[in-house]
Design a protein around this ligand. Structure first.
Ligand SMILES: [Zn+2]
Length: 348
């Protein structure tokens, strides 16, 4: 084999990329969505064999692919003229830098998806805050200002892709992503979430006119790793096969960890690895490997570091199991009847 042939086979640029937006001034009193969430992850980033991409702020017209102009200009004005303060009951806060922080978080997510679409990276992880999946087209809410992943999904369409799937394993339902995608048949959304907590949306029949495309899997507390193993085969796989996405984006919320201080969905780091690995495999089978993870919630710094470690291991194609030694001490409830209900609703 010639050297030139070898170069074509082994493209040294095909690797995992990541972006990091800490937003150190976007913090408010003892609010759990704080820069310290990333404190245990940041020292480990160099060990993940991923390449850091620099990110530029998103442009207002890129944000406007999801959000109404009135929200964009309103947030800018509130941050610059009235912050710091609370803007909704979640509570969602803003500081004087929050508008620029949110623009950079969205831009860093775009940098990841664009690098993957352009073939400059095989896959990527946007480690950004403020998070995004609760932000609706006309409303910032739930600790989220702009919906980073929805903005990236619309940008992927603008780059020429025809179908993009967002899978959301944050403990909360991503009402903002669902609202943004509801009437756009090029975009699909699948969310697993703890039922009965904020924001109250995400029941199975939330989106009757988008069966097969808006897929909600509401779960009991401590559903756990075994439930997620069943969900990947019984619900995520058939959704991918039915929708045939060209790229998968993942709202990676590590508040699904059993010891999260706000929620209780029962996953451990081994569970984050298993579900992330299956998503990477599904992207390899159906999307030419194009997958980008985007940080959402997760309010314990150790869980965020271990969860991100699990994601990077999955992105690297690690064959070994990833386990940070944090098994859930609780028993897992039976979820099969709920999963059957979801499958029946969508006709899987
Ligand atoms: Zn969450």
């Amino acid at each position: 084999m010639t050297a030139a042939r070898a170069c074509r086979l082994y493209n040294i640029h095909m690797t995992t990329a990541y972006t990091l937006v800490i937003s150190p001034q976007h913090e408010y009193l003892d609010h759990p969505e704080r820069p310290g969430r990333l404190d245990e992850l940041i020292p480990k980033l160099d060990s993940f064999q991923a390449e850091k991409l620099e990110a530029l702020p998103a442009k207002p017209e890129e944000i406007a692919r999801v959000h109404v102009p009135r929200l964009i200009s309103g947030l800018e004005r509130v941050c610059h003229e009235q912050a710091p303060g609370i803007i909704d009951y979640a509570p969602t806060f803003v500081t004087q830098t929050s508008f620029e922080d949110a623009m950079l978080a969205a831009g860093a997510t775009l940098a990841c998806t664009r690098a993957v679409i352009a073939g400059e990276a095989q896959n990527a992880f946007a480690i950004v805050r403020p998070p995004g999946h609760h932000a609706e087209p006309n409303k910032a809410m739930g600790f989220c200002l702009f919906n980073n992943i929805a903005i990236a999904a619309r940008d992927a369409l603008a780059q020429g892709l025809e179908r993009v799937l967002v899978v959301d394993y944050d403990a909360h339902h991503g009402n903002g992503t669902q609202a943004a995608f509801l009437d756009d048949e090029r975009l699909a959304y699948l969310s697993t979430h703890q039922w009965g907590i904020y924001p109250g949306t995400g029941w199975i029949d939330d989106a009757p006119r988008a069966r097969n495309r808006i897929v909600n899997v509401p779960l009991p507390p401590f559903a756990g790793n075994q439930a997620f193993a069943q969900i990947t085969e019984m619900i995520i796989k058939p959704t991918v096969e039915a929708f045939r996405p060209q790229m998968i984006l993942v709202s990676a919320g590590f508040d699904s960890h059993w010891s999260d201080p706000i929620t209780a969905l029962g996953l451990s780091s081994a569970g984050f690895f298993q579900v992330s690995k299956r998503l990477v495999e599904l992207a390899a089978e159906h999307c030419g490997g194009k997958i980008v993870f985007v940080l959402e919630g997760g309010y314990d710094p150790a869980n965020v570091a271990n969860g991100a470690g699990a994601v990077f291991a999955a992105l690297a194609g690690t064959r070994a199991e990833f386990d940070a030694g944090d098994p859930c001490p609780r028993g897992e409830p039976e979820v099969e009847s709920r999963l059957d209900e979801v499958r029946r609703w969508h006709g899987f």
